[in-house]
Design a protein around this ligand. Structure first.
Ligand SMILES: Cc1cc2nc3c(=O)[nH]c(=O)nc-3n(C[C@H](O)[C@H](O)[C@H](O)COP(=O)(O)O)c2cc1C
Length: 296
């Protein structure tokens, strides 16, 4: 009853968001076994990256600010982790970052056999020359999406930030991507008063968690009204009610990241059980609810 199709089938509409517990194959396998409908890996790139100096995460009243800096082992070494994650029996979406169409094609070609889909991270807000800085250039983004599409028939999703999200969403649709994911963290920063300097080692960070929810909902709502491809919602989901809000705004599936810190891995089952009970009471199917509150 909760099954959804977004290019592959998931037994329920919850997904692990990229970057949270998505580095180790064993941890991803555990998340899959805890009930997530699909797993999105940490974003990987061409080269191994150490990431930013600490502190890399600050806890705020209504969320987190992180400045991890896209640390990852590089796509070749990551293949083993994906293989282990697959043992969890859930679709694995590999999140990729890069700065040129060639880099994305190289990674997709290498990982294609083990991935159930790809998420193109053109939205990380705190790393120079990557993520949001790449998608500020709409022509380059278009080329990246076009090349990615040429290199795989597996589902491809574009991970959006707040910047140019509608323009980029429209390009994703034109380039025949399967869907868009909204949204990545918002640009953020804190100042350490004692040391008179930025609090994060990497200076600039990204804001996640409950404070992001209304912003993410607005993006999902707008994207659903404008596009005919799938919209996946992410940002501040910590309960079944939150997930349902995203679905009613237009999301076919939802991703959960920071919510895991508040509720543990049980959050996936909590959201699934809430939705199951809601559908039973309302005597409807999940797809009847997607975008039901979207009045354009
Ligand atoms: C510690 C941390 C690391 C993240 N790393 C990535 C990443 O590698 N790639 C990516 O696309 N998004 C990354 N994100 C963004 C999340 O996938 C998600 O879009 C965002 O946190 C909003 O969802 P949430 O409020 O449920 O966490 C990261 C978020 C956090 C908190």
């Amino acid at each position: 009853m909760l099954e959804v199709f977004i290019g592959f089938t998931m037994d329920n509409p919850t997904m692990l968001a990229s970057g949270i517990l998505g580095v180790s194959g064993y941890t991803m396998r555990r998340v899959a076994k805890s009930g997530a409908g699909a797993i999105v890996t940490k974003s990987v790139g061409i080269q191994e990256r150490e990431g930013n100096p600490g502190p890399v995460v600050l806890e705020e009243e209504f969320g987190l600010i992180n400045s991890i800096g896209l640390s990852n082992p590089g796509y070749r070494k990551f293949l083993d982790e994906i293989r282990i994650a697959r043992e969890g029996g859930k679709p694995i979406v590999v999140s990729l970052f890069g700065s040129s169409p060639e880099e994305f094609s190289e990674m997709i070609n290498y990982l294609e056999g083990e991935a159930d889909g790809f998420e193109l991270n053109l939205s990380c807000p705190h790393v120079k020359g990557l993520g949001m800085e790449v998608s500020s250039d709409l022509e380059l983004s278009e080329e990246i999406m076009g090349e990615a599409r040429k290199n795989t028939r597996k589902p491809i999703f574009l991970k959006l930030g707040i910047k140019n999200y509608l323009e980029l969403g429209k390009i994703a649709e034109e380039k025949k991507l399967d869907g868009v994911v909204a949204i990545n963290t918002l640009p953020a920063l804190r100042i350490d008063l004692e040391f008179k300097c930025p609090s994060l080692g990497g200076v600039r960070g990204g804001l996640s968690g409950p404070c992001l929810k209304p912003v993410a909902l607005r993006c999902v709502y707008d994207l659903y009204s404008e596009l005919d491809i799938k919209v996946i919602g992410v940002g501040g989901i910590t309960s079944g009610e939150d997930a349902l809000e995203f679905i009613m705004a237009g999301a076919s599936a939802v991703q959960i990241g920071t919510g895991i810190l508040y509720k543990g891995l049980e959050i996936f089952k909590e959201v699934e059980n809430y939705l199951r009970e809601y559908l039973r009471k309302e005597k409807c199917a999940l797809e009847d609810l997607v975008g039901i509150a979207n009045v354009g």
